[in-house]
Design a protein around this ligand. Structure first.
Ligand code: P1T
Length: 394
């Protein structure tokens, strides 16, 4: 057979095409253009020992597998493994390890990740070193002979610190250690850690991937078939699978991920610029601003900076006035939905991190986190301005 010429070879589809079509061929029996919701716990088998591929829905579910293929395609991975929550996904990564193993973990992760490490996984015999991965040398310095995993989050929740993913991958490759990157804040639209050498990419699909604040879910992506098999075995054995309806909702969300992220990126930058110029704001933490100490790295490893913006205000009273005073930004945990949310990490998402550790990282009661949605940016600016005590009343 002759090789197709370069002209007739189809190029690798781009992200917007993958978001809509990746992993989702029409259903073969009816041609249903959307993947059906296979709401079943088990499958009739044609006979004993027939090698029937569908056994039990904890192990196989076609709706879930469509989501897994879709997210894997967006992350430029070869396999996806979906979970009942982002925390279940991180827990599964940790279960690759055994008692006595050591993990190097970014110190400014989501509070639930710290809680899992210091109040659950430590009791199973894992030890953790928490590092400021803004300096990749600190990752190298924290590696021990028994280190098996480096767990990073970039940008971090909520201080928007960055880790140089290429440098982190160099450090872990040299040491033969797995690198897992929580890509929840950036999304594959803005950053693809597998392309710079990460072994595992993790998402809380609760956030941008689903995008509509109506499910809890998680996913891991990998390129290595052996790692895929090990993670699937762990998930089959521990059982934290998402339901088919939630997978279908998430797939519906990923179809518009690229469109939503364009708006989140634009609105996030608009809010960050506005807040930076606002007299009531002490400091803005947003990698897309030239004033961010790692802006040069952000511009190099990200193509957009998402809708997550944190600000430090002069007093806790000012924080209370802001978060209780907005009318569009709703006071709530979580992020990444089309609607704007506002929160105080020290009292909400990061309350389980010990106070001294929180404050060392700047996560004081004076920090407010915004998840900027895709409403009209002028309405959002006016909402913040009014609640910060300068704009007109409504
Ligand atoms: O909530 P869950 O789907 O289990 O995901 C946990 C998680 C993991 N990683 C990151 C970066 C996260 O932000 C989260 C959850 N975060 C919030 C609920 C929050 O408001 O920050």
């Amino acid at each position: 057979m002759t090789q197709p010429s370069a002209r007739t070879q189809s190029p690798e589809p781009r992200l917007a095409t993958l978001a809509i079509h990746g992993g989702q061929a029409p259903e073969p029996h009816t041609g249903s253009i959307m993947p059906p919701i296979f709401q079943t716990s088990t499958y009739v088998q044609p006979g004993l020992d027939q090698g029937w591929p569908w056994e039990y829905a904890r192990v196989q579910n076609p709706t879930r597998e469509a989501l897994e293929r879709n997210v894997a395609s967006l992350e430029r991975a070869s396999h996806g493994i979906a979970f009942a929550s982002g925390m279940a996904a991180i827990d599964c990564v940790a279960r690759l390890l055994s008692a006595g193993d050591h993990v190097v973990c970014e110190e400014n992760t989501y509070g639930g990740t710290t809680r899992l490490a210091t109040q659950v996984l430590n009791r199973a015999g894992l030890s953790f070193s928490f590092v400021d991965s803004r300096d990749p040398q600190r990752i190298r310095d924290a590696l021990q002979p028994n280190t098996r995993l480096v767990l990073l989050e970039t940008p971090t929740n909520p201080m928007m610190r960055l880790c140089d993913l290429r440098a982190a991958a160099d450090a872990t490759r040299d040491a033969g250690v797995l690198l897992c990157v929580d890509n929840t804040f950036a999304t594959p639209v803005n950053q693809r850690p597998h392309e710079t050498g990460a072994d595992i990419v993790m998402h809380s699909t609760t956030k941008y991937l689903n995008g509509h604040s109506d499910i809890i879910g998680g996913v891991l992506t990998v390129r290595d078939p052996d790692l895929n098999e090990r993670l699937r075995f762990l998930r089959k054995s521990t059982g934290a699978v998402p339901g088919p309806m939630d997978c279908w909702l998430c797939l519906r969300g990923t179809k518009t991920l690229h469109v939503r992220m364009r708006e989140h990126n634009a609105n996030g930058l608009a809010m960050a610029r506005f807040l930076e110029a606002h007299p009531a704001v002490e400091e803005v933490h947003y990698p897309g601003l030239p004033s961010h100490p790692q802006h040069e790295l952000a511009a190099r490893q990200m193509t957009g900076f998402s809708g997550m913006v944190s600000v430090t205000l002069p007093t806790e009273d000012a924080v209370r006035r802001l978060v209780e005073g907005t009318r569009i930004f709703a006071l709530a945990e979580s992020l990444g939905g089309v609607e704007s949310l506002i929160s105080v990490p020290a009292l909400m998402t990061h309350a389980s991190v010990p106070r001294e550790r929180r404050e060392e990282m700047g996560v004081s009661g004076r920090v407010v986190r915004l998840s900027v949605g895709i409403e009209d940016p002028q309405d959002l600016l006016e909402d913040l301005d009014r609640a910060l005590g300068r704009g007109p009343g409504w």
